[in-house]
Ligand binder design. Structure first.
Ligand SMILES: O=C(O)CCC(=O)C(=O)O
Ligand SMILES: [Fe+2]
Length: 298
């Protein structure tokens, strides 16, 4: 149940289109390829989500490694604790204000390309191959998708990717959400849009939680085996002058089961994007229905 007495398990599922990465990466002008670009454009300019189904077992293995980290004794995990006001390391939300609502989860963050970052290396010491292999595959997928986004808008294919810098996949956020007795009033993630360029999500194989609003109603994002869920972040919304949306989303808790996810954000946080179009977004995003979301792009 949520604060409005709605039972989450009865919310409808969002139909997330599956994109074929082979077709999106193709330079042919076959009908099938053109249709794939249209599908991408349509999804990203409306509710903002697509998914890519991978045939490899890497993603499953990656989540196993992540879960293992969160199962370590607290003292072990604390060795990787985030310093106050730092982003990287093990912990929870950074506290900005006294009355801030916290999310119900533990997380481990690495804000550099994972293969360059000491904390991530330590964390993955026994499974480094999984970690590195997976993130480098994701890097390739990001290149294909970001180029496809430009092509779907009839722009030169590098127009967005060139703004991503040399390390497109640069922020890894591993999250663990223990069972929560107060699911009617505690969220695993408050409604928010991602501040990234692009976001890739590996969902828990059994426990869903991600929800997205569409037409004044929350929808559940379904669990598709071996799928990587993709959404644009605020930076891509700016670059495309609002044509592609950075969707608002929230994550609900579960009373009985734990949930493990891995997120990859691109690019480095310090990179500043510019709109590819002649005029800049001038309006204020009016997202007042959602707690804690205030954006103004000028
Ligand atoms: O847990 C999830 O499914 C998504 C988490 C999320 O939206 C975030 O960390 O930005
Ligand atoms: Fe998010």
């Amino acid at each position: 149940m949520d604060g409005n007495g709605i039972n989450f398990s009865t919310l409808p599922y969002l139909e997330v289109p599956t994109s074929d990465i082979g077709l999106l990466g193709s330079s042919s002008s076959l009908f099938l390829v053109e249709e794939e670009f249209k599908k991408l454009r349509s999804a990203l300019s409306s509710f903002g989500y697509i998914q890519v189904v991978t045939k490899s077992r890497r993603s499953r293995h990656f989540l196993d490694v992540t879960r293992k980290f969160f199962k370590l004794p607290l003292d072990e995990k604390k060795k990787y604790s985030r310093e106050e006001n730092e982003i990287d390391g093990y912990g929870n939300n950074i506290i900005y204000t006294e009355n801030q609502t916290l999310d119900w989860n533990d997380r481990l963050l690495s804000s550099f390309a994972p293969w360059e970052h000491e904390e991530a290396r330590k964390m993955a010491s026994n499974s480094q191959e999984t970690f590195l292999e997976f993130t480098s595959k994701l890097q390739l997928m990001n290149e294909i998708i970001v180029k496809a986004m430009a092509k779907s808008l009839k722009l030169e294919k590098h127009s967005f990717l060139d703004q991503f810098g040399k390390n497109p996949i640069s922020l890894t956020r591993l999250k663990f959400c223990p069972p929560c007795p107060w699911l009617d009033c505690v969220l695993a993630a408050k409604p928010h849009g991602d501040a990234s360029g692009t976001t890739y999500l590996l969902q828990d194989k059994e426990v869903e939680g991600l929800q997205v609003p569409k037409d004044d109603q929350w929808y559940r994002v379904p669990l598709t085996p071996d799928a990587i869920v993709f959404n644009c972040g605020d930076q891509l919304e700016i670059m495309t002058n609002g044509i592609f949306k950075s969707p608002i989303h929230r994550v609900v808790t579960n009373k009985e089961k734990e949930r493990t996810v891995a997120l990859f954000f691109s690019p480095e946080l310090t990179i500043k994007f510019e709109s590819e179009f002649e005029f800049q977004i001038l309006h204020i995003y009016h997202r007042s229905n959602y707690e804690n979301i205030y954006y103004q792009y000028i």
